[in-house]
Design a protein around this ligand. Structure first.
Ligand SMILES: CC(C)(COP(=O)(O)OP(=O)(O)OC[C@H]1O[C@@H](n2cnc3c(N)ncnc32)[C@H](O)[C@@H]1OP(=O)(O)O)[C@@H](O)C(=O)NCCC(=O)NCCS
Length: 223
């Protein structure tokens, strides 16, 4: 990131991101330089942050994005990530992709493409994988995997090599998708479940091996 930034959201993920971004900025700043810093948080419900954090500087819905700032999505649920991303339609350049571990050169060398607004927050990515826009990766992504826009991969979750998560998939904590398996758009994989075969869009998968518990999740446009 090159500019001072605002975090969209003010919950636990937003606070965790604040610390991670701050520590990485400090690491990357040459001696005597000024690290980029967090100007505050946007939230539609909360008006105050706990002591020690930058303030809430406005609401998400009422905020007019400014070109002299970067914006980081500090919300996890795919439907909400998509709704926030729509506020930046045509201005996605204000939402840089961000990765905790590596720099851009290392990602490119490993054949990993990361779309605008996506965060590789913790966890690990193998190689030759494609991450869409506004995804949130906190788990493990195997080689040659394809991760769609707005996907959330929660801590401890693992996407095996060659697996495909279509747009808006939510993987709960410590869930798994087996190698080469395709998970249909806006599906929800509950915590600890293992998806062993392809599932259609809008599936709700539970258990090991994963079974489709119900399939009436509607894609966000239809809500
Ligand atoms: C996917 C998820 C969000 C769905 O939540 P929901 O729509 O509120 O679903 P419910 O809690 O009503 O559960 C629906 C059914 O699935 C079952 N179920 C839910 N999660 C389950 C799990 N992880 N393993 C087994 N069964 C599960 C419930 O027992 C319930 O069964 P029933 O209909 O027979 O009573 C939720 O199951 C989940 O996994 N949340 C974890 C998300 C997560 O890991 N976030 C990490 C952020 S850091």
């Amino acid at each position: 990131m090159a500019k001072n930034y605002i975090i969209v959201g003010a919950g636990g993920l937003a606070r965790e991101l604040y610390h991670n971004l701050r520590e990485k900025a400090a690491r990357l700043t040459p001696p005597g330089g000024t690290p980029v810093e967090c100007l505050g948080f946007l939230d539609d419900v909360k008006t105050e942050m706990p002591p020690g954090y930058p303030p809430i500087v406005g609401t998400v819905c009422g905020h007019e994005p400014r070109a002299d700032r970067d914006y980081i999505l500090g919300v996890g649920i795919p439907e909400i990530r998509r709704r926030v991303a729509l506020l930046f339609r045509g201005r996605e350049n204000l939402c840089p992709a961000w990765h905790w571990l590596w720099d851009d050169e290392t990602l490119a060398r490993r054949g990993i493409a990361v779309g605008a607004g996506s965060l590789i927050e913790q966890g690990q990515i193998s190689c030759d994988a494609a991450i869409g826009r506004f995804a949130l990766i906190s788990g493990t992504v195997g080689h040659d995997a394809q991760i769609g826009d707005y996907v959330e991969i929660a801590p401890g979750a693992a996407v095996s090599g060659g697996a495909v998560l279509e747009e808006g998939v939510q993987m709960g904590a410590c869930s798994t998708v087996a190698p080469g398996v395709r998970v249909g758009a806006w599906s929800k994989i509950s915590a600890g479940s293992a998806v062993m075969k392809d599932v259609p869009p809008c599936s709700f998968v539970v258990g090991v091996p994963g079974e489709i518990h119900k399939d009436f999740f509607l894609p966000p446009d239809e809500k």
